[in-house]
Design a protein. Structure first.
Ligand SMILES: O=P(O)(O)OC[C@H]1O[C@H](OP(=O)(O)OP(=O)(O)O)[C@H](O)[C@@H]1O
Ligand SMILES: O=C(O)c1cc(=O)[nH]c(=O)[nH]1
Length: 247
């Protein structure tokens, strides 16, 4: 298998292919971006740009393969009853990834459902804010696009708990490997320079939930090191050093 070798870790070829398709589709771009956490980032992952048929298919395949390997290598994870995609960008991901899981292994996935939340509660028609399968008593595998400070993840945990479901795992495309924000960071935008865990690490420690990503910031940096035309390596390394989580 073709591998890009770095000093810290080799990148598997499927990760390289995934990152390259994200760059080609402008899902990954370089510049100056304000994040939800109020951090100013030199790169951004916009899953809204997964919209073209061929890109969506290869993305769904990358998630599905990651999920299959994740479940096979963690036998303690309960088999999911529901794939849940948090609004908005998780919505097409939950649907397309479930379809691809079913295509790859119909026997295992035929009885599994998807669902997602509405950001606003609907008070007419069927009502409520869950669309698709209900979560009560279900093992729920959450699929989202990217994790930074874990705000979306925390909201999803609260929502799934409120609906009576149990999160069995959490899968994202990109783990930005960032420490959780300091007490006033969201309001002030100022980093307190204290070491802290990542949101993914916190999810495991606090709730015992296993997490996985298709790629990480380190994979992206390794790819940029192998091809200096692709992005702004030095700004990414500087950002990594500033916000890298302790775990
Ligand atoms: O780990 P966090 O700090 O929460 O950041 C990552 C989240 O932010 C974005 O969602 P956003 O809340 O902007 O919603 P969207 O899907 O509607 O764009 C992104 O899709 C992740 O879910
Ligand atoms: O942290 C965020 O707000 C964020 C980062 C990123 O890369 N992509 C995104 O959609 N949100």
């Amino acid at each position: 298998m073709a591998m890009i070798e770095t000093k810290a870790s080799p990148i598997a070829s499927y990760k390289t292919a995934f990152l390259e398709s994200c760059l080609e589709a402008k899902v990954l771009s370089f510049g100056t971006f304000k994040l939800k956490s109020s951090r100013i980032s030199p790169y951004f992952f916009n899953a809204g740009n997964f919209h073209r048929g061929d890109v969506l298919f290869s993305v769904a395949t990358a998630y599905a393969q990651t999920i299959i390997n994740f479940l096979a290598s963690n036998p303690s994870i309960a088999e999911p009853d529901v794939i849940f995609g948090p609004a908005y960008k998780g919505i097409p991901l939950a649907c397309t990834v479930l379809l691809e899981l079913y295509r790859l292994d119909p026997e295992t996935w035929q009885g599994v459902s998807y669902s997602f939340n509405r950001k606003e509660i609907k008070d007419h028609g069927e009502g409520g804010n869950i669309v698709g399968a209900g979560l009560k008593g279900k093992n729920v595998l959450v699929i989202d696009d990217v994790i930074t400070a874990g705000t979306a993840m925390k909201e999803t945990i609260e929502l799934v708990n409120k609906e009576g479901g149990k999160i069995s795992g959490f899968v994202v495309a990109l783990d930005r490997m960032e420490k959780m924000p300091g007490p006033n960071e969201r309001e002030t935008g100022v980093d307190d320079k204290q070491p802290r865990m990542s949101a993914m690490g916190q999810l495991k420690q606090e709730f015992g939930v296993e997490t996985i990503s298709i790629v990480t910031l380190d994979d992206l940096i390794a790819l940029l090191k192998s091809n200096s035309d692709m992005g702004d390596l030095s700004r990414l390394e500087e950002y990594r050093q500033k916000y890298l989580a302790s775990d």
